[in-house]
Design a protein around this ligand. Structure first.
Ligand SMILES: NC(=O)c1ccc[n+]([C@@H]2O[C@H](COP(=O)([O-])OP(=O)(O)OC[C@H]3O[C@@H](n4cnc5c(N)ncnc54)[C@H](OP(=O)(O)O)[C@@H]3O)[C@@H](O)[C@H]2O)c1
Length: 333
């Protein structure tokens, strides 16, 4: 990295269909001037998230990303200079750094992180992915020992942790993922009880075999057809934790949603609740203590997929949307 240049990846056009490399451009910008209350950051790792693509559709829980701006995205960064009393050079922080080498960000929008090794765990198991899995499953799904928990995008960053926490809590854990290899990995390496390959067709039938007692908790990362396959298999008083809808992010939105809503929700007395992980941040320390003890005790395996080079960030996001990743994908800048 040249210390006088700030390499940046711009979103040059919002995609109307599938996201492609043509929607991005690598450019050289200036290293930003530091204002009062801000910290100048050198970005170390950029988090690749399905949500990066959802932000291109419009405002969500954050404002939309706009064309001809630096592509937004969370990252881990080192403070190189600070005009905020709370941060000093050498501190490690998490924030919306964007896809670039350097960013100047108000300290109030940054979270100071502990210095731990490997640093990448701050983006995976101890970052948004781990916390989303923890709070979404335990606070929204409320699984009890012996119940069946099903999670979609199960080999991804959030899903792979959800299934393992379900096992820790004594549940029957079923993952839904794309491809034989990913499904085999879920059962042989991560300890899921069963896995369903949704790319193999006949998801409904395969799910019935994998969850013969019905589904008590469905952790939904994808929406669409997979949600539709799960709904009729929910047990009475089941809970659906709506975490995301990745099947609808990349391309033209589906013309209709899953059938059976709200009829099945009424008849089966289901609770279907969306959540945003930020809502639970007051409870973060408790979650981190549990996650750390499970990792240290070998009960929770951390899978990371680190791509090297800022210039590869667009390709890495496009690949994530196509299912290339296992576990948490990130870019080392
Ligand atoms: N609510 C919150 O606060 C919160 C926070 C973080 C993330 N999320 C959500 O959590 C979900 C997971 O996000 P992530 O960033 O961690 O990504 P990820 O799970 O690491 O990766 C995405 C995976 O989704 C699967 N996928 C892609 N298209 C699909 C489709 N059409 N149908 C089914 N599966 C598909 C792919 O795996 P396959 O090979 O299995 O297809 C891909 O590897 C997203 O919906 C995201 O928006 C929510």
């Amino acid at each position: 990295m040249n210390a006088s240049v700030n390499r940046q990846i711009l979103l040059v056009e919002k995609p109307s269909g599938k996201l492609g490399p043509e929607h991005f451009k690598l450019t050289d910008g200036p290293i930003p001037e530091l204002k009062d209350g801000e910290a100048l950051l050198r970005v170390r790792y950029i988090s690749l998230d399905a949500a990066n693509r959802a932000w291109m559709h419009g405002a969500t829980y954050r404002s939309a990303v706009e064309a001809n701006t630096v592509m937004a995205g969370g990252g881990i960064a080192e403070v190189v200079a600070s005009k905020s009393p709370g941060l000093a050079p050498g501190d490690i922080v998490f924030g919306d750094t964007g896809w670039q080498d350097y960013a100047a960000i108000p300290a109030k929008h940054l979270t100071k992180l502990p210095k731990l090794e490997p640093m990448t765990h701050l983006l995976s198991v101890y970052g948004i992915a781990g916390l989303t899995a923890y709070f979404g499953l335990l606070e929204i799904g409320k699984p009890k020992a012996g119940e069946t928990v099903v999670v979609s995008a199960a080999a991804g960053s959030v899903g792979s942790i959800v299934g393992q926490i379900a096992k820790i809590k004594g549940c029957h854990a079923v993952g839904i993922a794309g491809g034989k290899d990913k499904c085999h990995w879920l059962t042989s390496e991560l300890g899921f009880d069963a896995a369903v390959d949704y790319k193999d067709g006949a998801v409904f039938k395969a799910l019935r075999a994998a969850a013969p007692k019905g589904i008590d908790v469905y952790f939904d990362n994808v929406g669409g057809d997979i949600l539709e396959a799960c709904l009729p298999q929910m047990n009475n008083y089941g809970r659906i934790a709506c975490c995301g809808a990745i099947s609808q992010y990349d391309g033209v939105p589906a013309e209709h949603g899953p059938r059976g809503v709200p009829g099945l929700i009424v008849v089966k007395r289901l609770i279907m609740q969306g959540f945003i992980v930020m809502d639970f941040m007051k409870e973060r320390d408790r979650a981190l203590a549990d996650l750390q003890s499970w990792v240290a005790g070998g009960k929770l395996k951390v899978q990371e997929d680190v791509i090297k080079g800022l210039e590869n960030t667009p390709k890495a996001l496009i690949g994530l949307l196509a299912g290339e990743n296992r576990g948490k994908r990130m870019v080392r800048v």
